[in-house]
Design a protein around this ligand. Structure first.
Ligand SMILES: O=C(O)C(=O)C[C@@H](O)[C@H](O)CO
Ligand SMILES: [Mg+2]
Length: 382
């Protein structure tokens, strides 16, 4: 079997789907994308074609190493997202050829169902209580929200009080019947992180995500020393070579590699396994589309330390498109009592509605995240 064609489709709300075709008619789908840089990743995928066209798609490890090491300059968000989507599609092909779900090719199920969580509150967290109540009726009991709005490197007690009040209201309304993570989203600089963690401690958030920017990962062990709140990060790290330094330095309790940013299934499996050796749990980042989610679930179902899975149903980023819009086998992604079952179909387990993808790709937006400004006019972390 040989790879004969790669086709990318940028589609609403902000995703990109990749179709890899073979000379024997087997097709694999991947989701290479960096939110806000879809066109850049699309070009990176096209630049990987010389390593792929004419090659045997079953040799995923060699193709992965070639895509990574053949370029003198490697790693980073764009190239690792391109490799990620290609890797996903190659695993999809392999599973379809062998008529097995990918998790069967990776040693079989380590669990019967996977715990899922849902975002609430939007970019500027609001209406949290009502949204949690609604999602609870749908079976969710674990949630994530932004911990703050924009925050200066050194900001006011009033801003801290806002963040704490929101969390206090959640605990007041739901007690311990729900769990919630707070995503600091890189908005909190080191000077404020300690104060916020201290003030939030009494409300026991399940985790605090990106307590500081990945560029300041050296703070993770220091922050972990002063709080019992589990710290989570990983969506902005792109290979095991980055994660190894963070694991060795300590401080992280939850690692969140993104299956569409960190080299795909092949790489994220290695990251998951490294994390397990450090007693770090796995909670793959996935605010994206169905192929990314299916790839996450394939890793979740073979990773002992997988504890939580993000999914984008109803997420505030999904304007103009929803998680399962391009999926034929929607029923396989059903979440019951907050859990998802293993995807039963061969390959990644997602049957892509290609007609719908092609139609939607005719009016794909160039999604960009907003650029926020502080009161003094300086740019704020979004
Ligand atoms: O889901 C998360 O944890 C996020 O922080 C969302 C962020 O990754 C956006 O997708 C960036 O556009
Ligand atoms: Mg996040």
């Amino acid at each position: 079997m040989k790879i004969i064609k790669l086709t990318t489709y940028r589609v609403p709300p902000r995703w990109m789907l990749l179709k890899i075709e073979t000379d024997e008619g087997v097709v694999g789908w991947g989701e290479p994308v960096i939110e806000g840089r879809a066109r850049t990743v699309e070009t990176a995928v096209q630049e990987m074609e010389p390593y792929l066209i004419g090659q045997d798609p079953s040799r995923i490890n060699d193709l992965w190493q070639t895509m990574y090491r053949a370029g003198f300059y490697r790693g980073g968000a764009i190239l690792m997202s391109a490799i990620a989507g290609i890797d996903q599609a190659l695993w999809d092909i392999k599973g379809k050829v062998l008529d097995k779900p990918v998790y069967e090719l990776l040693g079989g199920l380590v669990r019967d169902r996977m715990k899922m969580y849902s975002w609430v509150g939007g970019d500027r967290p609001s209406d949290i209580i009502e949204q949690i109540r609604t999602l609870q009726q749908g079976g969710f009991n674990t949630f994530k929200m932004n911990g703050t709005e924009e925050l200066g490197m050194l900001d006011t007690s009033a801003k801290v009080d806002d963040a704490v009040r929101r969390v206090a209201e959640i605990r007041e309304a739901f007690g311990s019947t729900i769990e919630f993570g707070l995503d600091f989203h890189g908005r909190v600089a080191a000077p404020m992180a300690k104060t916020l963690l201290r003030e939030l401690e009494p409300y026991r958030p399940l985790f605090v995500e990106e307590p500081v920017l990945a560029e300041q990962a050296e703070y993770y062990p220091r922050l972990a020393e002063m709080t019992s709140i589990p710290l989570a990060a990983g969506e902005r790290m792109y290979s095991r070579f980055e994660f190894k330094n963070v694991f060795a330095a300590g401080g992280l309790s939850i690692v969140q590699p993104d299956l569409s940013h960190a080299g795909g299934i092949t790489e994220c499996l290695k990251i998951a396994s490294m994390a397990e050796a450090y007693d770090i749990t796995l909670a793959p980042h996935c605010p994206l589309g169905p192929v990314a989610l299916a790839s996450c679930l394939q890793v979740d179902f073979v990773s002992y330390n997988a504890v939580l899975q993000e999914q984008s149903m109803g997420i505030h980023y999904n304007q103009g498109g929803e998680l399962l819009d391009y999926v034929i086998n929607k029923e396989d992604f059903k979440i019951v009592d907050g859990y998802c079952k293993p995807l039963p179909k061969p390959g990644l387990g997602v049957e892509v509605d290609e007609e719908r993808v092609i139609a939607a790709s005719q009016h794909a937006p160039d999604w960009r995240n907003p650029v926020w400004r502080h009161a003094d006019g300086s740019v704020a972390e979004w």
